[in-house]
Design a protein around this ligand. Structure first.
Ligand code: AMP
Length: 215
């Protein structure tokens, strides 16, 4: 199973990718998580990416395509993968098509998660992530006894640096300009499946599984 979860920041790609990874026993490949790991580790990539990410801009296509090229050929992706946050530009989508062709692999579905802009801003402003296990929480929905501690693993919860109002606005503008055209790219290839992502986590998950069409 090879999937792409597509949609604006805050639509719930990360949350849904984690659930689908369990359902289909394939890994979540989040380019955002990979970049944040590099930032945390202070690598050359991390130092380069941190500034770009905090400004709400996109890391260059060359860098991102190189990262995806390596990970999709690694042993962990032999059974398939869920791409979360890639491709984010048409050149990235074109490079992915080329890479999959070279590897004689095909995509099963591109899930287009849709939501209104107001909900996105609210979700991102309320989002907390666990530093240890990566679980994503909402201050609005999840009743956290302690908003600094992960109820699952006891790890530290943090508010992402790029989830601040100015940066959120910038990221949404970048999405409209550079990422939204990727929808057409997959629409013409008949891979795009539209899902209303405004409901509860469980509700959206059911809709995505139904759209994929495989148990
Ligand atoms: P995310 O966790 O998917 O919201 O990504 C966080 C940030 O990482 C984005 O705002 C970009 O700065 C960067 N990023 C993640 N994936 C990509 C990508 N495919 N292309 C360019 N930049 C990316």
């Amino acid at each position: 199973m090879r999937l792409i979860l597509f949609g604006p920041p805050g639509v719930g790609k990360g949350t849904q990718a984690k659930l689908l990874a369990v359902t289909y026993t394939i890994p979540q490949i989040s380019t955002g998580d990979m970049l944040r790991e590099a930032v945390g580790a202070g690598t050359a990539l991390g130092r380069k990416a941190a500034e770009v990410m905090n400004a709400g801009q996109l890391v260059s296509d060359d860098i991102m395509i190189g990262i995806i090229r390596d990970v999709l050929q690694s042993p962990k992706c032999v059974k398939g993968f869920i791409l979360d946050g890639f491709p984010r530009t048409v050149p990235q989508a074109e490079a992915l098509t080329k890479l999959l062709d070279e590897l004689h692999l095909a995509l099963d579905s591109v899930i287009n998660m849709e939501i209104d802009q107001e909900s996105v801003v609210r979700r991102l402003s309320n989002r907390l992530t666990c530093k240890s296990c990566g679980t994503i929480y909402s201050l609005e929905i999840d009743k956290l006894a302690d908003p600094a501690r992960c109820p699952k693993c006891g790890g530290t919860l943090y508010h992402r640096d790029d989830d601040q109002p100015d940066t959120i606005r910038k990221r949404l503008a970048v999405y409209t300009q550079s990422t939204a055209p990727v929808k057409e790219y997959y629409g013409t290839r008949k891979l795009l499946k539209k899902v209303d992502a405004s409901g509860s986590v469980e509700d959206v998950n059911r809709k995505i599984v139904a759209a994929i069409g495989r148990p």
